[in-house]
Design a protein around this ligand. Structure first.
Ligand SMILES: CC(C)(COP(=O)(O)OP(=O)(O)OC[C@H]1O[C@@H](n2cnc3c(N)ncnc32)[C@H](O)[C@@H]1OP(=O)(O)O)[C@@H](O)C(=O)NCCC(=O)NCCS
Length: 158
């Protein structure tokens, strides 16, 4: 099995990353959403919108296996996990994307104390296994159902 490389997305990769997100979203998440929710999701998860967010303190960590992007996590400043998608599941890729993204976020913000995520219903148990807790009930906004969750981080230099 080829090693998986974790690195920051570089400009120009937005399209291929969003193609992977689209494939996984359609397979695992879209069935929980109505048409309005699907449209709302793709207003956010598209290459142009992602490029814009990268210019306002966001970054994307990707997992690459055999030159193919098999996972991604988008972090949006100051502390938001905006997207987390993996094509080859159950191999610890989401966990590593999260750990690497926390390390990177802390280089610019050493006092980062928590992350927040709006989990899809599908991913809620997985976020829980990665240490997140629910901070509220499932909510539907613009056709998207999500569970608000957060992960407390130990202060690096505390
Ligand atoms: C959520 C997702 C990113 C997880 O990716 P992954 O690489 O398979 O996750 P990992 O292998 O790192 O697993 C993390 C933990 O969750 C557990 N887990 C993984 N899939 C699970 C599942 N379907 N049900 C329950 N637990 C699961 C793993 O066992 C692991 O826990 P452990 O460390 O205690 O063993 C992936 O399933 C996905 O892309 N889902 C569809 C998109 C989605 O819903 N994204 C979230 C949008 S908010």
């Amino acid at each position: 099995m080829a090693p998986i490389i974790y690195r920051e997305m570089v400009p120009g990769e937005e399209q291929v990353v969003c193609d992977m997100v689209t494939q996984v979203f359609n397979e695992f998440v879209a069935s929980d959403y109505g048409q309005d929710g699907i449209e709302e999701f793709f207003r956010f998860a598209n290459p142009e919108a992602m490029k814009e967010r990268m210019q306002s303190n966001g970054f994307v960590t990707v997992a690459v296996e055999n030159d193919t992007i098999v996972g991604m996590l988008e972090f949006f400043s100051p502390n938001i996990v905006a997207l987390l998608f993996v094509t080859v599941r159950h191999r610890g890729i989401a966990k590593k994307l999260l750990a690497q993204s926390i390390d990177k976020a802390r280089t610019s913000n050493p006092s980062l104390s928590k992350l927040i995520a709006h989990s899809s219903p599908y991913a809620q148990p997985i976020y829980q296994k990665m240490g997140f807790s629910n901070t509220g009930n499932a909510t539907t906004e613009n056709g998207i159902t999500y569970i608000p969750m957060e992960l407390s981080l130990e202060r690096k230099n505390a």
